[in-house]
Every structure is written in C-alpha cells, then in structure tokens.
Design a protein around this ligand. Sequence first.
Ligand code: 13P
Ligand code: SF4
Length: 313
Amino acid sequence: MDGLADQIRRLKEERDAVILAHNYQVPEVQDVADIVGDSLNLSRQAAKVSQKVIVFCGVHFMAETAAIISPQKRVLIPDVEAGCSLSDSITAEELREWKAKHPGAVAVGYVNTTAEIKAELDYCCTSSNAVGVVRAIPANREILFLPDMFLGSYVSRMTGRKNMRIWAGECHVHAGISAQDIDKKIRSMKDAEFVIHPECSCTTPMLYDLASGRYDGRPVSVLSTEGMMRHVTESGSKNFVVATETGILYRMRRQNPQKTFVAASDRAECQYMKMITLEKVYRSLAEDRYHVTVKPDIAAKARRAIDRMLAIS
Ligand code: 13P
Ligand code: SF4
C-alpha cells in the first residue's frame, strides 16, 4: 500500500492538478507541493501553470486570488475553514464607508483581503511589493492603505509618504511578535542577522532604524516570506533570527543545511495555515473539494486591482 504522499502524487497526475503551497504550510504538505512560495509568487504561478486544477494549500483569500486570476481553472482548497484574522479585520461595508469619507483617495489593499474587498480597491499589494506600489502612485494623491497597520506604517516610513491613512487591522500571529521578543534574541544570539516580516508589531519601535538596515548594531531586513528565503540563501551570515510564522523554518533549514535558523517567537503559529493537512490534501483531490469560486462581477473588479499590482511588480 502506497503512503499518502504517493497517493496524492498519483491523483495529481490523474486529475491534471498542481499543488501550490504557502511557505507557512506544514512540512509534509510543502513536500508534496509543486511550488512553495509567498502570496505574490503563488498568485503569479496560478496564472502561469498549465494544469486544469489548482489545489491551493494556504488560506482562503489566497485560493480566491488564484480563482480570480485563473477563472478557467478549478481551484480547490483542502479546508474551506482556513481563514485569516487579518483579512477579517475589515469588511466591504467598512471600506465603502471609509472611501466615501475620503473621495478622491487611492485605495491600496493588501492581498490578505476577501475578493469583495479587492473589488473595491484601486491597487492590490503584497508584502513584497507594497513599497513599490505606493511609490508608483502620484505623490499628491491621498492613499487609504488597508488592512494591516504595521505594514502600512512601514510602507509610509520607507516611502516618506505623509498623505497615507492606515486602517487599524492586524494579523494576530505577527502582532504577537513583539519588540521584547527581538530584544531577547539580540541579547542571546550575539552574531545573528534578523529577517522580519512587515506585519510584525516589533517593527514599530524599529521604524527609524530600518531604512539603515541595522538595529542595535545588527543587520535587519524587512521582507516578505519569499524575500526572506532569497535573502538567507544569499547572505554570508550563518545564524538568523526569523520573525514570521514558524512554518517557514522548515524550508529555510532544508535549503540551507549549513545555516542556523531560530524563530523570533515560538508562539508565532498560524492555526489557519495549519488546518491544511496531508490527509485533507488527499481528500481534496479524491473528492474534488472544496471548490473556491468568486462571482464574475466581483472577480472582474478585483482583477483590475490585482493586474495593476502585477504590472508594477
Ligand atoms: P507573504 O506574502 O509574505 O507570503 O505573507 C502572507 C501572509 O499571510 C503573511 O502572514
Ligand atoms: Fe493571516 Fe496572519 Fe495567518 Fe498570515 S499568519 S494567514 S496574515 S492570520
């Protein structure tokens, strides 16, 4: 009897499916995936892959983004309950009210939002291109940035943009990675380099140092999950403190066996990402579930914001 991973690989061929997995997925799911990456990379891949079926191992907004970009493909998510606290921090109604209060402002929304929110946006962005997207907007235009306040403050600092209103949303996992967590590691890991996701609350007291690339004498880079993967591979440093969801450590260690990776906080686990198990990936392929769809009118509007982002990055 074949193991579950072999059965998944066989079913994948039979169903003409590709498995995309986010960097936070559990190791065994990353191992059966064809492509592992960050939100931006996975969105791009969803548009490029030739297979008819995409099994999206990540959270719901990511699968929805794939369905918007590739309406001719069948997008499946192994657990339809895999949500995101950040995406839940703003509703479409709240966004419409916010826009009505600031007519003429440009709405820029993080990819961690529902399709209904994306349909209300002028631009979408991810953690790897948010600075570039904001820079591409004429300086005299007011910006409504949503929903992550830590990413928003970071982007405002890096672009020097003052006319940016920032929604007070957060991801509970990254908000929980505090300045105290970083300070502890600065004391205990003497020669380590720091890589930090811009959704972390620890970025706030560091904001004025981040542009210089150093904090308390240590090299610090603020990066998306894929940016982190690239950086730790290219850097000459041997030891790294990683401030993001701990699932990424598996891929970092596997690809860089000669280097050491320590989580800034061991509590940084996203229970939504961890809802996707190998068993559920198997059932997703075997039972053709759960099909993620977006209403065509919402998808068409959301796609404009995503296409504008893809054109910039
Ligand atoms: P990335 O775009 O950096 O992969 O981040 C997505 C996410 O959900 C962060 O929590
Ligand atoms: Fe959402 Fe945070 Fe989980 Fe990322 S880590 S999927 S932002 S809840």
